[in-house]
Design a protein around this ligand. Structure first.
Ligand SMILES: Cc1ncc(COP(=O)(O)O)c(C=O)c1O
Length: 458
């Protein structure tokens, strides 16, 4: 079935659905891939194809695509208390238990939890809290926020401004004023010849410090970073990066907001990316694997200092005036709580650590392929650099349409890839087995071989 069949789902999709992150005009012709069901790490379309999903949807389907226990949890929650809100002192057991649980597993002592509905909402709320905090502290001029080129932090007006991707700003008249960006710490692409990872990290931190000094430290509110940079294509930080960066932030009293939206809950082989990279955030945002992506829920964890500022503001202003109708939704909260129980019972982090060497070895072995310049990762997240020439690290020209070709070849081989520019990002469901990782690498090698043959024949 395709878009030419009248009244097919394909035709109806084209007629009715506007797709995010999709070429609107091309969709009119190409139509959708319609997914019908999933099991484990495989997702199935309506044409009967099964795809191994190397990206867990959008870095999120940690337990794969179906889960009976979470389905029952949602069902029971809907039968008992299908909705209530947390406004004006109201609460419910699932929100309380989930908040306690998050505080108990936080990477650094945290004081309170604000439950939200998405990663974007979490980062957007955290940004408001940063500004609220500095206002409470009598430093309202601390408004500017620094993030990294290549980072993605969400799609609201403010979080897309935090996002260091000019192509995501284009056409919207964004970013807002007051957002600044430092370079993406991609050692493979941006290091000087012979520069060690440590020296590169020191240079990146020096660039951050120079920016803070140029802006005026008294105007800089916060630095925003995801421990492994998802938007830059699953890019782990170079050695020493966050140590150096945090020294700079401490020197200038700038807050660190950790975006754990993709790294949280085991992705890096620890509960948090902050643990993996010794980050001590003032605010932590998490989402996605919090509910195994089966319900839209996120959370902002704040430390005691930020909470004290909120108390001050409530005294001054009458209340903490912020909130979303569905924030802390009882069904989502119940599913998130059950998800965290499942993770503990199955020792998900232990599993990630166990398969990590297979993940690094199998994907690392693809560096022998003529198109792959570099791979690195940690836990079950990582990225691969595609190059035309391994010695010069030159890229394929845009006319080669590398991304589209590889995406197509991968799908022919039953594999869904996340391609970000010249990088392939990997974040498979956290339940992936060693054999499935080998399967993934085999499908990828076949896809790369096919694309390479096409490109050299051009
Ligand atoms: C690091 C990071 N932060 C924030 C977001 C935004 O999350 P959401 O799409 O749930 O709004 C994403 C989404 O991919 C992300 O990768």
């Amino acid at each position: 079935m395709n878009s030419l069949t009248p009244n097919s789902l394909h035709a109806r999709d084209i007629a009715a659905v506007l797709h995010p992150q999709t070429h609107a005009r091309r969709h009119l012709q190409d139509g959708p891939t319609i997914m019908t069901h999933g099991q484990g790490v495989f997702i199935h379309d309506d044409a009967g194809n099964a795809f191994l999903d190397a990206g867990a949807g959008l870095w999120c389907a940690s337990l794969g695509y179906a889960n009976e226990r979470l389905a029952r949890t949602a069902y029971e929650a809907m039968r008992t208390l299908g909705y209530y809100q947390l406004f004006r002192h109201a609460s419910h057991p699932a929100a309380i238990e989930l908040s306690e649980k998050l505080l108990s597993i936080a990477p650094v002592p945290m004081s309170k939890v604000l439950l939200q509905c998405s990663g974007s909402e979490a980062n957007d709320t955290a940004l408001k809290l940063v500004w609220y905090h500095w206002n409470a502290r009598g430093q309202p001029q601390r408004r500017k926020v620094i993030s990294r080129l290549g980072s993605y932090h969400g799609s609201t007006c403010a979080t897309i401004s935090l996002t260091g991707k000019p192509d995501y700003h284009a056409g919207f008249g964004l970013p807002f004023e007051g957002f600044r960006y430092v370079d993406c710490p991609n050692h493979y692409r941006a290091a000087e010849p012979g520069e060690s990872e440590e020296a590169f990290s020191a240079r990146m931190a020096a660039q951050l410090e120079a920016l803070i000094l140029a802006e005026g430290p008294e105007t800089v509110a916060a630095f925003w970073a995801d421990p492994v940079q998802g938007g830059a294509g699953g890019l782990p930080p170079p050695r020493g990066y966050f140590e150096r960066v945090q020294e700079v932030l401490r020197r200038h009293g700038v807050l660190f907001v950790a975006d754990e939206v993709i790294c949280g809950f085991g992705r890096t082989g620890a509960m948090w990316g902050c643990e993996t990279y010794a980050i001590t955030p003032d605010i932590l945002c998490c989402a996605k694997a919090l509910s195994a992506a089966m319900q839209p829920i996120s959370a902002v964890l704040i430390n005691e200092e930020i909470f004290q500022s909120l108390l001050t503001q409530s005294d001054r202003l009458g209340a903490f005036i912020h909130g979303f109708t569905y924030a802390g939704h009882p069904v989502c909260s119940a599913v998130a709580l059950e998800t965290l129980r499942i993770y503990e019972e199955m020792d998900l982090i232990g599993h990630v650590r166990e398969v990590e060497p297979v993940f690094l070895r199998e994907l690392g072995a693809l560096q022998d392929h003529p198109m792959i310049g570099h791979f690195n990762g940690c836990g079950l997240i990582g990225g691969m650099e595609m190059v035309r020439d391994k010695d010069t690290r030159a890229d394929w020209p845009a006319e080669a349409k590398l991304g589209a070709r590889l995406d197509e070849a991968a799908r022919r081989n039953g594999l869904i890839l996340r391609i970000v520019g010249n990088r392939i990002a990997f974040s498979p469901p956290l339940i992936i087995t060693a054999a499935e990782i080998q399967d993934l690498a085999g499908r990828l090698r076949r896809s790369l071989d096919e694309v390479h043959a096409e490109l050299v024949a051009l």
